[in-house]
Design a protein around this ligand. Structure first.
Ligand code: NAI
Length: 319
């Protein structure tokens, strides 16, 4: 059985082992694949492993009927036309919940960067500003306490729930917006509210919904205008959930206070993306999932997904 990985590098840049997948079939890994190379590399594969390579209808037609499983190396599955794949008898599997803790951790890295400005102060000390300071301490921007603030979580799945748990440990009150009813579990302060109420009442707003037709450009000019002027907006879900020009305008005009983004509409970032130079905008290059422990967990689930397909009982099927 031919197994082809078109996007191997980001999952395993060399610090993990492909050995277990090697044992499952004739496995070829490409670090990265451009659009023109897809058919030549993937033709004849029964299992296609991808991360961000877009597999549209034309490609599905071209790779059918040999292709039987598209095994994603990600939670999000918007890069594949899943419904059309299903109509061709191609199963699509994803990697659910492997990065829940890591993504929630990055949400707080952004929040703490914005409230405490660790890098700004550390740089100031390194530049000698503490040595020349007349007082025992100084700060270069207002500092904010998290306790007593309100966080609004859009999309209350695995990551949203983890962010809620950590928030409560900080003494932050939790609001959540979910199109489907959700259990409160052990959370003490959580209240499920409308999107409008969440946007207008939260000090921090964080997106943890999938990218769908409903969520695309959900954070647009109109919805940003409902946020507090002091609001901090965080997005670690998918870039297109945000209207990037509208967010950049809001930051530059001081309509909201700051943003922390791990994802952009186009990745890698385009030089003319208005958010790259927007005021108080902190951007990381899609790293929430990238801790070594997290990628190892991803690899283990990927192996299990391929093995489950071989055993006739595919798992983590999303179509
Ligand atoms: P999940 O499937 O457990 O939770 C998503 C939640 O969003 C579900 O509860 C669903 O009901 C809700 N939802 C669906 N449509 C919605 C809408 N219109 N409005 C509000 N909520 C809606 O997924 P999980 O594991 O929590 O991941 C969330 C997203 O985070 C993924 O879809 C993925 O795009 C992104 N992600 C980003 C990573 C990164 O490296 N930056 C890593 C892993 C996931």
């Amino acid at each position: 059985m031919k197994i082809v990985n078109l996007d191997g590098f980001t999952t395993n840049p060399g610090d993990l082992s492909w050995e277990n997948i090697n044992q499952l079939g004739e496995y070829t890994v490409y670090d990265r694949t451009n659009k023109e190379q897809i058919i030549e590399r993937a033709k004849g594969a029964e299992v296609l492993v991808i991360n961000k390579t877009v597999i549209d209808r034309n490609l599905l037609d071209a790779l059918s009927p040999e292709l039987k499983l598209i095994a994603l190396q990600s939670t999000g599955y918007n890069v594949v036309d899943c419904a059309y794949a299903k109509s061709l008898g191609i199963t699509v599997s994803n990697i659910p919940s492997y990065s829940t803790d890591a993504v929630a951790q990055l949400v707080f890295a952004f929040i703490l960067q914005i409230t405490n400005k660790v890098s700004l102060h550390s740089e100031a000390v390194r530049n000698g500003e503490w040595c020349s300071c007349p007082d025992f301490c100084f700060w270069k921007s207002p500092l904010t306490e998290l306790s007593g603030k309100t966080i609004g979580i859009i999309g209350f799945g695995a990551i949203g729930r983890k962010v809620a748990e950590i928030s409560e440990a900080f003494g932050i009150k939790v609001l959540a917006y979910s199109p489907r009813p959700k259990e409160k579990g052990s959370l003490k302060t959580i209240e499920f509210v409308s999107l409008d109420e969440l946007l207008s009442s939260s000090d921090i707003i964080t997106c943890h919904c999938p990218l769908t037709a409903d969520t695309e450009k959900m954070i647009n000019k109109e919805n940003i205008s409902k946020m507090k002027k002091s609001a901090v907006f965080i997005n670690t879900s998918r870039g297109p959930v945000v209207d990037e020009q509208a967010l950049a305008d809001a930051l530059n005009k001081g309509l909201i206070a700051a943003a922390g983004l791990d994802v952009l509409e186009t990745e890698p970032a385009k030089e003319n993306n208005p958010l790259l130079k927007a005021k108080n905008c902190y951007i990381t290059p899609h790293i929430a999932w990238a801790a070594q422990e997290t990628r190892q967990r991803l690899l283990n689930i990927l192996e299990d997904n391929i093995r489950a397909y071989i055993n006739g009982k595919p798992q983590n099927v999303v179509n």
